[in-house]
Write a protein that binds this ligand. Sequence first.
Ligand code: PAF
Length: 307
Amino acid sequence: SRLLTRRFFCARRRNILEIFNTVKDMQDKANRLREQGKRIAFVPTMGYFHEGHLDLMREGRKRGDYLVISIFVNPTQFGPAEDLDKYPRDFERDRTLAEEVGVDAIFFPDNEGMYPPRYQTYVDVEGVTKNLCGAARQGHFRGVATVCTKLFNIVKPHVTVFGKKDFQQLVTIRTMIRDLNMDIDVIGMPTTREHDGLAMSSRNVYLSEEERESALSLSRSLFLAKKMFEAGETDAGKVLAEVTRYIESYPHTRIDYAKISCVDTIEEAQHVGVDTFIALAVKVGKTRLIDNHVFGEVLDIPYPEGR
Ligand code: PAF
């Protein structure tokens, strides 16, 4: 009878997945839920789901009575030379996966709905977006902060879940929520990795077989940094020199940045400590990958081969 209950539960979940395409429909639903005293959990995404997205949704499922996800490839966070047009998309596959993890609703707007003609308002989080991806991708975090503000105003969540893989994004969202007095709890979830340690990313599909091997240089070099720190090394320069040497020993890699920074301010740190993290952005072939490790936290990857 347990199995039957589970089947019924799953079937019931499948039946009630709702899709909202307009801002008004989503807001009306959110208002009704709030009137009923329901706690809304929200996971914003750009779609093309991998296990990492699903882990965020599973966490969201636990945190709220009603779980909304959004799928929107947000044009304002892509630079003119970036991969907006070729960003992978597959709504039907995403819908099935969302249904399987028990999502209640997908907010799936179009560009016009989110940025209608005469749109002119943007959110700029200043300090924490200056370095790392903020320096490398001008305007990126302005686009992220803007779309997340809009999504929060539309979905009206009590709690939202973000991945730590985009660590600077998580810090930016936390800072914005604090500064703008948004009444939303933010949960940061550990990076979901492939069996060999590669951080899951929608962009991994661009990698050729050889590039896929070189992409392992990111997680493996984070592991080396972690080991150096655990052995007592606190000189950020020395850790970064070793990480750089390691990544460059792989073909097809070009380091965009490799930096150790403070977890709160994202300012460069000279000393490694538990209030710092190492962040990498590396071009592997044409694909730009990022990864990071907060010193003192778990980094669950297989022991890297010597190189
Ligand atoms: O992390 C992402 O997928 C995006 O930056 C987000 C948070 C959905 C905003 O577009």
